[in-house]
Design a binder for this molecule. Sequence first.
Ligand code: SF4
Length: 342
Amino acid sequence: MALLKPRFKRSPLKAPDDFRNALGDWFSGEGKDYPWRRTSDPYAVLVSEMMLQQTRVAHVLGKGYFTRFLEAFPDVKSLAAADDSRLLKAWEGLGYYRRARMLRATAAAVLNDHGGIFPDDEAALLALPGIGPYTAAALLSFAFGKPSALVDGNVHRLLSRLMDDAAPIDTSATRKRHTDWAHDLCDPENPRRHHYAMMELGQTICRPGVPRCELCPVAKFCEATEPQNLPVKKKRAAITEISEHAIWLHDAEGRVLLHRETGSRRNGLWKLPLRSQQECAVSPLIFSDAYTITRYKVLLNVHTGAGHQPGEGDEWISREELAAIPMAAPFRRAILRLLADL
Ligand code: SF4
C-alpha cells in the first residue's frame, strides 16, 4: 500500500514534555465537552466509566443515560440501596446489564468499607468489586488528578501508530507494553486532561481505518508510515448466528403476556415469552429483528400467540406497567412496534 504519511523518528518517549504540550494545547482548544468531563466526583466518574465500557460515547450521550442515571441514583448510598427493578430500568437501553449490578456492588463496598468515600490509592480501588486496572486508572486521574496508565481501545490504536508497533494489540504482551508507554507519556501536571486528550485524539483523528494525519497535533512525533494498516489484530472469534422464537399474546384489556427472566445474564429483565421453533411452526410470523450480543447474532422472530398458553413465569402486564418495567432493548423495540400495529 502507498505511503500515507512521512516517517518521523522523534518518538514521543524521547521528548515527552513536547508531546504532552502539543497534545494538551490541542485538547484545550478542540476537546469535546461531555457531561462526565465536567465532574471530578469519583462516583460520577465511575458511573460514566461503567457506561462507556462496551457502549459508544454517542449512544450514552444520545439518550442522556448518564444524567438520568445520576438523577435516579445521585450517590453511592442511593445506588447501594436500589432494588433490582429500579436499577435495571435506569440501565435499560445500555445492554450488558451485569455492569449495573456490579456498579451497585461497588457502591455498597464504598459505603460499607470506606464510609461512602472513595479511596484514592490504586490498591484500595482494585480491592473494590467491579474495579479492574483500567477503571482504577480512570478514577485516579479523572477523580483524583493522579498520574496513571489509561489505555482504552482508542489509545491502543493511537499508541500502535505513534510507536509503529505492528504486534497484535489483543495479546497480553502488547497490552503490557502499551500500558508502560501510557504510563511514561502521562502528564504528571495534568493527567486528567492528558488522558481525555489521548482518548479523543484516538477517537476523532487517529480514528479506525484511515486516520486524519493532516489534522493531527502530534504528527511530528508519530513513527508510523502506513498507519492505516495499524493496529494489527489476531483473528476475531467467529460470529455465531442463532434464532429465537417469541409469541405475541394480548388480552381484551390490552395487557401483554411477558416473561421475567431468572438465573441468566439478564436476570430480572422482562421479555416476550420464548417458545421452541417447533412450537411456533404453525404460528404466523408477525415481526422479526436482528441484534448482536457478544459473539452472537440473534434473529428475534415474533409469532402470533393464537393457540399458545401462558407458561411458567409468564405474566399479563398492563400498558402502564410496561413503561416502568426493565426490558432488554430488542424486546422493547419489538413490543413498541407490535403495540403500534394493534
Ligand atoms: S493521526 Fe496520523 S500522525 Fe497522528 S498519531 Fe495517528 S497516525 Fe500518527
